[in-house]
Design a protein around this ligand. Structure first.
Ligand code: MRU
Ligand code: ZN
Length: 209
């Protein structure tokens, strides 16, 4: 496997940054980046400690999620979600992380099927620039059967960038570049932390009255 292509190096850099944030607890998370205009993409190998940087972190797979070169590595167990995005949009990077905050938000708003943010400057980081823009993140059930999960996930993938929460599991975001995908992911996590802190403050204030 060629480990010094532009895409490999970019994905390795994103992985290192997300690791620095401690967003890969317990080997969770998976990341991918598409080869230029290609039907193939690099994706993290399954089950690894993504905080470590090695020559076998990624493998190249096709739009069915099958390795295109001889390898002992297994692609991420959630590769099908990445293939859904690359198969129907012009996205070039997909990031999936489990954080305590994205899990708690997915549980709090899971019954509503989505969580919507408004009146937050950081919404602009998702590409929504109007003062009254809303940012809605769908929340889907965490089906253990990955083809079924991918089928449900597919219903929320239309644009070249986006985000979907999987309930009590994590978030998957995608963008036209690694830079855009990371910007959207960071904005989502900011919004989740804000919302949880706000909910705590509001509950505290209510308990005093
Ligand atoms: C140990 S986390 C659970 C995993 O099944 C999964 O949700 C995950 O994010 C990582 O799986 P992976 O196969 O390493 O990409
Ligand atoms: Zn996961």
């Amino acid at each position: 496997m060629n480990t010094d292509t532009k895409e490999w190096l970019e994905l390795a850099e994103i992985k290192a940054e997300l690791a620095e944030r401690d967003w890969f607890m317990g080997t969770s998370g998976n990341l991918s980046i598409r080869e230029p205009d290609g039907p193939t993409f690099y994706i993290t190998a399954s089950g690894k400690d993504k905080r470590k940087q090695t020559d076998s972190d990624f493998l190249l797979v096709d739009l069915k999620g099958s390795p295109v070169q001889e390898t002992e590595l297994r692609p991420s167990a959630e590769t099908l979600l990445h293939t859904v995005i690359y198969g129907k949009t012009k996205a070039n990077c997909v990031l999936h992380v489990h954080t305590v905050e994205n899990n708690v938000v997915s549980e709090l708003y899971g019954d509503e099927g989505s969580v919507t943010f408004r009146n937050q400057e950081i919404i602009k980081a998702t590409g929504r620039w109007d003062e009254d823009s809303e940012f809605r993140i769908p929340i889907i059930y965490n089906h253990g059967d990955i083809p079924l999960l991918a089928e449900k996930f597919n219903l929320h993938v239309q644009d070249d960038s986006g985000a979907v929460l999987i309930r009590n599991h994590g978030i998957t975001v995608w963008g036209k570049s690694g830079f855009e995908a990371k910007r959207i992911l960071e904005a989502c996590e900011f919004l989740f932390q804000y919302q949880l802190l706000l909910n705590t403050q509001l509950a505290h204030t209510a308990s005093l009255t």
